[in-house]
Design a protein around this ligand. Structure first.
Ligand SMILES: *Cc1c(COP(=O)(O)O)cnc(C)c1O
Length: 453
């Protein structure tokens, strides 16, 4: 019998001391990244201008567990372990026999799961003497997470922020400034990539792909500067697995076991963070957790993208990765879940979708805001528009339980709060949001630009 507890908080000493590396347990071997020019497997030397050695080693590691440095554990302890909460009021409102749990990652200083990897990445850069890091940000969550981590370690952070978000979300920009980072709108005139885009379209709203091109170009061109990515790459997903490991321990205290594990999916990091430790049990112990990645209908990478080699950025500076992609020059409609507007997906998540180990699902933005508001009015927390996609799927699964009378345990990652996304809520209440159709023809066009292998 599951306990009556409302929430389980672990003590600092119970924090996981190692990250879980799913590369040790994959059903089929991963496809290597390829050099963008030669199309030969990209080795550590190709990544060295951008990343510190320690992170490159993690990127290609097949060791099952990688120890979390003690110094980092102490920094995580500022807000970790994060609570696992039973959404009892929501359950009651839905009149469902399901048990719904959410892992609350919005309590970090930057308000999302992203500091889990931001701190780790800055830590390893500092160990190798790096003084300056460039990055991109969509909705501003990653930029603010890296800015926060940079301030802990006294590293200079420069953030290229997607133009639409820069204009729509000034508070994220102010957070970055408060933590001492520089934030400029992308496309910018500071890089050849940005200038090229602006020549074609002076009013370009920008995209994550374009901002990545700019940040990578600057880091590759300067000896004192490295680059940092907030999602997609293996080492980023690795750092996030602290989330799922904590969740497994917390469910034990609840005396419960998950049936369904859900995360929203932009580049794959919070989804991997909650789900990979559960998948470890599926692979090694024959567990049968059903794992669902939820993405927006207007940027349906996992459900409608092609599993193919493509660039991680818009211009073609990054290694080619085997992943679900809508085409590197696809610019998704300006939905409010800015953090889910990415043309590609984590190669590890893509491989698992392709293999049938996990399920992918797309939801429209209005139903996901419906879910967010229902959640806010029952559980209190106002979710990030990205996280709302996971809530939508969790509620849908709970409603299925109501129909079938099954009492399943549903666990989802509440990846962040929406305190700086309230304009999106305002537009939702005003009836200004639209559910975009599948942009079939745009996707067909951008897919026709995939690199020829
Ligand atoms: C960035 C972000 C996401 C999407 O990125 P993933 O790498 O897919 O996790 C989801 N939720 C929140 C709150 C975010 O900030």
């Amino acid at each position: 019998m599951p306990s009556d507890l409302r929430k389980v908080v672990l003590s600092e000493n119970e924090m996981p001391r190692a990250w879980y590396n799913i590369a040790a347990d994959l059903p089929t071997p991963p496809h290597p990244p390829l050099h963008p020019g030669t199309h030969q497997p990209a080795g550590p030397a190709d990544l060295a201008p951008l990343f510190p050695e320690a992170l490159i080693r993690q990127e290609v590691s097949t060791e099952r567990y990688i120890e979390i440095p003690e110094e980092l554990v102490h920094l995580y302890a500022v807000w970790r372990p994060t609570p696992l909460v039973r959404a009892r009021t929501l359950e009651k409102a839905l009149d469902t026999p399901a048990r719904i749990y959410y892992k609350w990652e919005g309590c970090s200083p930057a308000g999302s799961h992203k500091p889990n990897t931001a701190l780790a990445q800055v830590y390893y850069n500092v160990k190798e003497g790096v003084k300056r890091i460039t990055t991109e940000t969509g909705a501003g969550q990653w930029g603010s997470a890296l800015a926060f981590a940079g301030s802990f370690f006294d590293v200079e952070i420069k953030v290229y922020m997607v133009r639409v978000s820069y204009d729509q979300k000034p508070y994220r920009r102010m957070m970055m400034q408060t933590w001492g980072a520089t934030c400029i709108p992308s496309p910018s005139t500071q890089t050849a990539s940005g200038r090229g885009i602006l020549e074609k379209d002076p009013n370009s709203p920008g995209s994550l792909g374009i901002a990545i091109s700019e940040a990578v170009e600057e880091a590759a061109g300067r000896d004192d500067t490295n680059y940092s990515l907030g999602s997609v790459l293996n080492h980023v997903l690795l750092h996030q697995t602290i989330i799922g490991q904590e969740t497994l321990k917390q469910l034990e205290v609840f005396d419960d076991r998950a049936d369904i594990v859900i995360g929203c999916h932009g580049g794959g990091s919070n989804f991997a963070g909650i789900s990979f430790p559960f998948l470890a049990e599926n692979f090694a112990k024959g567990a049968k957790y059903k794992v669902i990645a939820v993405e927006p209908f207007s940027c349906p990478t996992l459900t409608k993208g092609r599993f193919a080699y493509d660039f991680g950025d818009a211009v073609g500076h990054t290694p080619l990765m085997m992943m679900h992609t809508l085409g590197h020059d696809y610019i998704p409609p300006a939905i409010h879940a800015g953090g889910l507007r990415y043309h590609g997906a984590a190669p590890l998540v893509s491989l698992l979708v392709n293999h049938g180990s996990i399920e992918a699902r797309a939801v429209h933005q209005i139903p996901s805001f419906d879910a967010a508001v229902q959640f806010a009015r029952t559980e209190g927390h106002i979710p990030a528009p990205e996280s709302s996609h996971a809530i939508r799927a969790a509620i849908d699964e709970a409603l299925k339980c109501k129909e079938s009378g099954e009492s399943k345990a549903i666990v989802f990652n509440l990846s962040g709060h929406g305190h700086f996304d309230l304009t999106s809520y305002e537009r939702y209440f005003a009836g200004d949001l639209v559910d975009y159709e599948h942009p079939e023809s745009e996707i067909a066009t951008s897919l026709s630009h995939l690199p020829v292998m």
